[in-house]
Write a protein that binds this ligand. Structure first.
Ligand code: NAP
Length: 246
């Protein structure tokens, strides 16, 4: 009997942590749907690296914060894959617009909250029904240390990631009986474009492990949460931060 293809959608998979997750899930046999906002060259690179490793993937660009754009793209995907469903979604797309609250303008507040939090809703809600009907699904939300402890200079980002963590816990309880798990990972300092402007030499002193993490290390954790071995873990927030106490 031919093996069913399993599809995993990774948002923000053109670069950084999302790219590492896409590569890892492809290695595990998933056909990966690579979402991104605008960097087509980076997304094409993720795609060609997956294919070069013997995996399969496709590109599906949309802005996760734009509900209509997400709905249209997911509808088109369904129409072109009428027999299949997306069984894994990794809500990874996110942005930072740091500033002290005192000087934070409304667009910096709304863009950060809507990318992480509305993005979670816009992408997950339309995919949920198929997971429930098929009685198998995995939702992994990429939160942050900031969403657990709050970080000064990041009220917007902390609110977005804190909201994402609370949504993870609520949704997990709604869907657990249908063998759909919902978990969050909370990275600390991970090397990527998002942290390229940070003073790594100084900040790594705050990390008990004495270094920033690698995107691939986060990908390993996500791959475990997506696996059958993690079927009894749901509603959890797993820190991956080199030992920073939360
Ligand atoms: P990154 O290197 O800046 O990559 C961000 C990715 O998200 C890119 O693929 C980007 O696409 C995509 N993206 C941004 N806005 C989007 C939108 N509106 N719609 C669709 N895609 C969008 O960031 P990263 O460090 O890998 O971070 C990934 C996730 O981990 C984020 O949620 C971030 O908050 C979280 N996180 C990161 C760290 C860290 O230390 N790096 C720590 C904790 C949590 P384009 O290439 O098209 O721009």
């Amino acid at each position: 009997m031919e093996k069913m293809t399993k599809y995993a959608l990774v948002t923000g998979a053109s670069r950084g942590i999302g790219r590492a997750i896409a590569l890892k899930l492809a290695e595990q046999g998933y056909s990966v749907i690579i979402n991104y906002a605008s960097n087509s060259a980076a997304a094409e690179q993720t795609l060609s690296d997956i294919v070069a490793n013997g995996g399969t993937a496709e590109l599906l660009p949309f802005d996760v914060s734009n509900g209509e754009a997400v709905a249209t793209a997911l509808q088109q995907w369904k129409e072109s894959h009428p027999e299949e469903y997306i069984s894994v979604v990794v809500n990874n797309a996110g942005i930072r617009k740091d500033n002290l609250m005192m000087w934070m303008g409304p667009s910096d507040w709304h863009s950060v909250v809507s990318t992480s939090l509305d993005g979670f809703y816009n992408v997950t809600q339309p995919l949920l029904k198929d997971m429930l009907v098929k009685k198998w699904g995995r939702i992994v939300n990429v939160a942050s240390l900031s969403g657990i402890k709050g970080m000064p200079g990041q009220t917007n980002y902390s609110a977005a990631k804190g909201g994402l963590i609370a949504a993870t816990k609520a949704l997990a309880q709604e869907v657990a009986k249908k063998r759909v798990t919902v978990n969050a990972v909370a990275p600390g300092f991970i090397k990527s474009d998002m942290t390229a402007d940070l003073n790594e030499a100084e900040l790594k002193k705050l990390v008990p492990a004495g270094r920033f993490g690698e995107a691939e290390e986060v990908a390993e954790l996500v791959a475990f949460l997506v696996s059958d071995a993690a079927a009894y873990i749901t509603g959890e927030v797993i820190s991956i931060n080199g030992g920073i106490y939360t």
